[in-house]
Design a protein around this ligand. Structure first.
Ligand SMILES: [Zn+2]
Length: 273
């Protein structure tokens, strides 16, 4: 597959290296949150990974189980609309979006990449600098407030990874979007994953999310090559398919363990927040 300039494009899903680093992770939450939403058609839901550590929204409730509890669709739309006026116009909002610096604790040894779940990513400052030195274009980083006994905790920063790419809907069988709340269903069985729309892959940053599956962190070949050359720890790369619209390729089957995470159940929220 070639991009507009005729160059081959490869993208990968970024995941923790669970085989080598099964005992290292991060717990905690961001400072503020939008609630979940209760849709008359879709039931209650919230995004897993619309996370903006660099944006401060002190007029929202502090993150907690009760702050994330779903509100009516009308109430949510009112809150979302008021918030949108105060944030950069490019900020994608949705039920369960989180804002502000992360507070929490580190469990286990500190690797170059550290994770809270598969969709909240921290990186050591020296690894961040080394990637930039190799020409990798990284998202903005924000210092968290982390506790723990391991060496290197103060060196960790969180990356504000934004939802910039989209699925190629022509690679889906029966995609649908709720006309009331916007909930997206890709219509594929769990054994299949959609293609990324090639033209939506950003040109200004090498790490991003999928808009319809915010829990999926994606990197470019440039990022993957640099991280492998540097030997950075606790990161794995799973190739993803990409295609242009109106082209209907055969969909690759993937193992269940690598499925994109679902939007979260609002009954089971972040640890300790
Ligand atoms: Zn809905």
């Amino acid at each position: 597959m070639l991009n507009k300039r005729g160059n081959e494009v490869r993208v990968y899903r970024l995941l923790p290296d669970a085989h080598k680093w099964p005992l290292s992770w991060i717990e905690g939450c961001h400072a503020w949150t939008l609630p979940g939403v209760r849709c008359p058609l879709c039931d209650s839901w919230g995004e897993v990974a619309l996370e903006y550590p660099a944006l401060k929204t002190p007029h929202l409730k502090r993150s907690s189980r009760s702050a994330r509890w779903p509100v009516s669709l009308d109430e949510f739309k009112e809150m979302e609309s008021a918030l949108a006026k105060q944030l950069p116009s490019s900020t994608k909002l949705g039920p369960g979006a989180e804002f502000g610096p992360f507070t929490g604790k580190v469990v286990g040894r500190v690797a170059d990449f550290m994770w809270k779940s598969d969709w909240t990513l921290f990186v050591r400052r020296d690894a961040y600098a080394a990637l930039e030195h190799k020409g990798v274009r990284l998202p903005v980083s924000v210092a968290p407030s982390l506790k723990g006994r391991s060496n290197g905790i103060a060196e960790l920063v969180e990356l504000q990874i934004e939802a910039l790419a989209v699925w190629n809907v022509s690679s889906l069988k029966r995609p649908s979007t709720c006309q009331l709340c916007g909930f997206f269903r890709n219509g594929l069985p769990d054994s299949q994953t959609p293609h990324i729309l090639l033209s939506s892959i950003p040109s200004h940053v090498d790490l991003f999310r999928i808009e319809q599956a915010t829990g999926t962190i994606v990197c470019t070949d440039r990022f993957a090559k640099a991280a492998k050359t540097l030997g950075l720890s606790n990161v794995a790369f799973k190739p993803m398919a990409q295609s242009e619209s109106n082209w209907m390729p055969a969909l690759p089957a993937i193992s269940k363990v690598n499925l994109a995470p679902k939007r979260r159940s609002l009954a089971a929220n972040s640890v300790g927040c």
